[in-house]
Design a protein around this ligand. Structure first.
Ligand code: TXA
Ligand code: MG
Length: 375
């Protein structure tokens, strides 16, 4: 399939290009489009057949439901049933990086909800996304634009690497301004199923009620209804084995001393400065600005694989505000393999095959599994 790339200015979208993309959605084709969180891979949410295509292209298990994107409350209310007492609050928080799980109306195909009686809904805060939905005249079902288990695309370049030749259109509107996915709140149980761009603290303030932060929040389990238990934990993963450093920033250099071979580090500008000259560093931004870390995180993880390091280390950040979402992604990317001392890192490194036998793709994943004791 030939993929059409449409460059569209996010502040002044070209009408003709928007119409072209919208007609692809309407007839059940696939359009990768920008949102403020990450890029989405979308299609007509009212078509079961179209939804099936998304699962296939992403390599996503069909019991893992999609998020339905609406352009206004009227459209959202045709898809899901909002508890009366929350309607005004939901309306005030949208458009924005928060997804609500509510009871689904019969209009939503089971393929979109993964067979559940609930549906995840969001109005994105991005002009191109909103105009695409409006122009299509239908809600758009869209998971994040990534091959299943890989880091989400935060710019069109990432999306092209994943989906060129596999989707009808990729819209390029530059880098996503937030960089991690929306927060998912189940309005029935008032539980955060996935922490993300919208801080839990702001949910509490808006609703006057503290959300339950599910086990999913830390990244230890997932809102995803995954098919196999071990699969549940792996997400946002680079092919390069990644270990999470959980100690204090001051101990980082010491804990990485004595490791031989090509290693890379992904982390704050501050830590990269300390490690400069000792290993390849991928800078995510200043530790003082969590928004910057979020914006660069997936890009950093995607860049990591181009380095070709034997393994990489990533560091921990505060879990306040958007930090909870950041750490959720990082823990999963590191496959929950963590260390805080030089001795622990040495042990993890010793479990990896020798340098020089690095292979990509599935083999790389097997190597990661072996390192974390999952095989
Ligand atoms: O920021 C975002 O949310 C992006 C952009 C494109 O909007 N989308 C996104 O979609 O991250 P996706 O498919 O990668 O993540 C959707 C998550 C999955 O973890 C899925 O299991 C969960 O939402 N989900 C969807 N419907 C659900 C439901 N009815 N109940 C529980 N979880 C649900
Ligand atoms: Mg996703």
């Amino acid at each position: 399939m030939k993929t059409r790339i449409l460059k569209i200015d996010r502040h002044n979208p070209d009408k003709g290009k928007m119409r072209a993309a919208a007609s692809v959605i309407r007839r059940g084709g696939i359009v990768v489009f920008p949102t403020e969180t990450v890029y989405g891979i979308g299609t007509n949410a009212l078509s079961a057949e179209a939804a099936r295509k998304i699962y296939k292209v992403k390599g996503r298990p069909s019991d893992n439901p999609l998020i339905v994107h609406a352009s206004d409350m009227k459209m959202a209310s045709k898809i899901g049933i909002f508890p009366k007492r929350y309607y005004k609050i939901v309306e005030s928080l949208w458009p924005g990086p928060i997804t609500f799980v509510v009871k689904a109306r019969k209009t939503v195909p089971l393929e979109v909800t993964g067979g559940l009686k609930t549906v995840a809904l969001r109005i994105p805060e991005h002009r191109v996304a909103l105009e695409l939905i409006r122009e299509s005249g239908v809600p758009i079902a869209a998971p994040s634009a990534n091959i299943s288990k890989k880091p989400s695309a935060t710019n069109a370049g990432h999306a092209m690497a994943y989906f060129s030749g596999k989707v009808d259109v990729i819209i390029d509107s530059g880098a996503a301004s937030i960089g991690i996915e929306s927060t998912i709140l189940n309005l029935g149980t008032f539980t955060i199923l996935r922490p993300g761009a919208f801080p839990a603290e702001r949910i509490a303030a808006a609703f006057g009620r503290k959300p339950i932060i599910g086990v999913a929040a830390s990244g230890i389990a997932d809102a995803d209804r995954a098919s196999a238990p071990g699969m549940k934990y792996r997400h946002y993963s680079p092919d390069t084995p990644l270990f999470l450093y959980t100690g204090a920033p001051s101990g980082l250099a010491g804990s990485m001393a004595g490791i031989k071979g090509s290693i890379a580090f992904v982390g704050s500008d501050e830590s990269c400065r300390i490690l400069r000259g000792r290993c390849r560093t991928i800078r995510l931004g200043s530790r003082k600005r969590p928004g910057e870390i979020a914006r660069n995180l997936f890009d950093g993880l995607i860049k990591l694989d181009a380095v070709g390091a034997r393994f990489a280390v990533i560091e921990s950040f505060s879990e306040k505000g958007i930090g909870l979402g950041i750490m959720n992604r990082i823990r999963k990317a590191a496959n929950h393999t963590q260390f805080s001392t030089a001795a622990q890192l040495k042990k993890l490194a010793a479990r990896l095959p020798e340098a020089g036998v690095r292979t990509a793709g599935r083999k790389g994943q097997e190597r990661r599994d072996a390192a974390s004791g999952m095989l």
